[in-house]
Ligand binder design. Structure first.
Ligand code: ATP
Length: 488
């Protein structure tokens, strides 16, 4: 994790928020490359799950909503975590995470020597299990108290008159309260889904692990509405679609490069299930901090629509023409965090390799996710015609792609820099491209494309460059493109 955090800072992916003021707990800013990576993750998610699917629609609901929304959803009463405080060092812990936290122990059997004992373990000298604060090893912990994770805020110009409302802790409720609006305006038949990407806020008790758990984060959520009275392939529609969404979500992460070995499913046991859920499966990723939730896919039943109907007095039903009945749809909710997805893509892409006796750090991002798609590098920055051609190529490619121009180092160094930020293709312009009139060498009009992963190079006509790069980014294999062009 430390390696990633330092790479992220050094290469402009993620900075500590308000760093010049010593930072603010658990808030992070996405730098020039981070914002590109983030936008690309959101763009491909939206394209694959909303734009390309005939059964999906999009929505962008507001962050501030009527306070009753949160009463109806159960968040005011139930969106709590039990927490305890250390009476000595004042550190705060989520009770349910205590068992997963390594703990500091001053062992009486070894004259009070200090040990850090792995989570859930006992001291191998005195046999003691943890009872005190895991952080300082000295303080007693308070009895557990429930702590509501919603951020409260005041709406309106005069504080005393202002209505208390909340920053949304999930984007989902914006979809539920708009269910009827979407149904009526878009004339949909079940099953159909609504996707949304947006910020959510949770006053987490123990944020941390870089961007894994923050108080402000972004979600990519889908509420997929199904008719609970229907069956698909002999199974209740909600159960069938739940499995389909689990498969689709796992396949999506794999398609964009996450290695299968680093993904697994975790089925919620009965005592882990939210009170409204019939079944929930988490997709877990092997983060640098260990296996942890990347996203959750829950069957929320008809709980939310029924609650909002009850609190608003508006019917939130669907008329089933075939059965001539009004039904409250069941909802399958695939819910992913943009920041956790970004951390997973980053961790999975990171490689340290040895190339000709030297260490090469490379981020093997899927070409569609790489923050920079193409780097244009002039081989000689003293030659005006080379620099001009390189700028012209940058200008042309940047109409559709994220492209950088760099001439601030020798070519080997420039390649390494691009490898380290995961740029899949570098294009170099050299003397052959523009010709050398002093030596009577004609221009061949070709440029070199270098592939990040194989480090192979091919030469293609500059006039065909945009098309070749486009093919590569859309998934044509390097070997196929190389076969049609000359290797250099
Ligand atoms: P956790 O158990 O890790 O607190 P959760 O089960 O409360 O997560 P959900 O309510 O299911 O999370 O939210 C859906 C997704 O939103 C999560 O899978 C995660 O990707 C993301 N997410 C939730 N809380 C945070 C957070 N504090 N910081 C970053 N991402 C988050």
């Amino acid at each position: 994790m430390e390696t990633l955090v330092s790479l992220c800072k050094r290469r402009g992916f993620v900075f500590q928020s308000s760093e010049i003021y010593c930072g603010i707990g658990s808030s992070w800013d996405y730098g020039p490359l981070g914002v590109e990576l983030r936008n690309k993750i959101k763009r491909v998610w939206w394209r694959d799950f909303v734009q390309r699917r005939p059964d999906m629609l999009g929505l962008d609901a507001s962050i501030l909503m009527h306070p009753t929304v949160w009463k109806a959803s159960g968040h005011v009463d139930n969106f709590t975590d039990p927490m305890v405080d250390c009476r000595e060092c004042r550190h705060r812990f989520r009770v349910d995470q205590l068992a997963e936290t390594p703990w500091v122990h001053y062992c009486p059997a070894t004259k009070g020597n200090k040990f850090t004992i792995p989570a859930g373990g006992a001291c191998s000298h005195c046999g003691a299990a943890r009872t005190l604060c895991p952080d300082c090893g000295k303080g007693e912990l308070t009895p557990p108290r429930q702590f509501n994770l919603m951020f409260k805020t005041l709406m309106g110009p005069v504080e005393e008159d202002a209505a208390v409302t909340y920053l949304r802790p999930e984007t989902a409720q914006g979809i539920f309260v708009n269910f009827d609006n979407v149904l009526q305006s878009m004339r949909r038949k079940l099953p159909f889904g609504i996707g949304q990407i947006g910020k959510a806020f949770r006053n987490e008790i123990t944020p941390g692990n870089f961007i894994f758990r923050t108080r402000e984060f972004e979600q990519m959520e889908i509420e997929y509405f199904v008719n609970p009275h229907e069956t698909v392939e002999g199974r209740p529609a909600d159960e069938y679609w739940h499995d389909r969404w689990i498969e689709d979500c796992v396949a999506w992460f794999r398609r964009y490069g996450i290695q299968s070995d680093n993904l697994r499913l975790h089925e919620h046991a009965r005592d882990e299930l939210a009170h409204y859920a019939k079944r929930t499966a988490d997709v877990q990723y092997r983060f640098p901090i260990g296996w942890s939730e990347l996203m959750g896919i829950a069957n929320r039943t008809d709980f939310d629509l029924k609650q909002h109907a009850k609190f608003s007095g508006k019917a939130l039903t669907y008329f089933d023409e075939e059965r001539k009945e009004h039904v409250v749809p069941y909802v399958i909710e695939p819910s992913a965090g943009v920041d956790r997805a970004l951390l997973a893509f980053l961790a999975d892409a990171y490689r340290e390799e040895e190339v000709r006796g030297e260490k090469r750090v490379v981020l093997r991002f899927h070409p569609e996710l790489a923050p920079v798609s193409v780097a244009v590098l002039p081989l000689l920055k003293k030659r005006d015609d080379i620099v001009r051609t390189a700028h012209a190529i940058r200008d042309e490619l940047s109409r559709d792609l994220t492209v950088v121009y760099d001439d601030t180092a020798a070519i080997g160094r420039l390649y390494r820099r691009q490898d380290e930020v995961g740029t899949p293709y570098c294009v170099t312009v050299d003397v052959q491209t523009v010709g050398d009139s002093d030596k009577g060498e004609p221009a061949d009009g070709k440029v070199t494309i270098r592939d990040r992963d194989s480090m192979e190079q091919i030469r293609v006509e500059a006039a065909r460059l945009a098309q070749v790069i486009g093919d590569l980014l859309r998934g044509t294999a390097w070997a196929e493109v190389a076969a049609g062009a000359g290797r250099s």
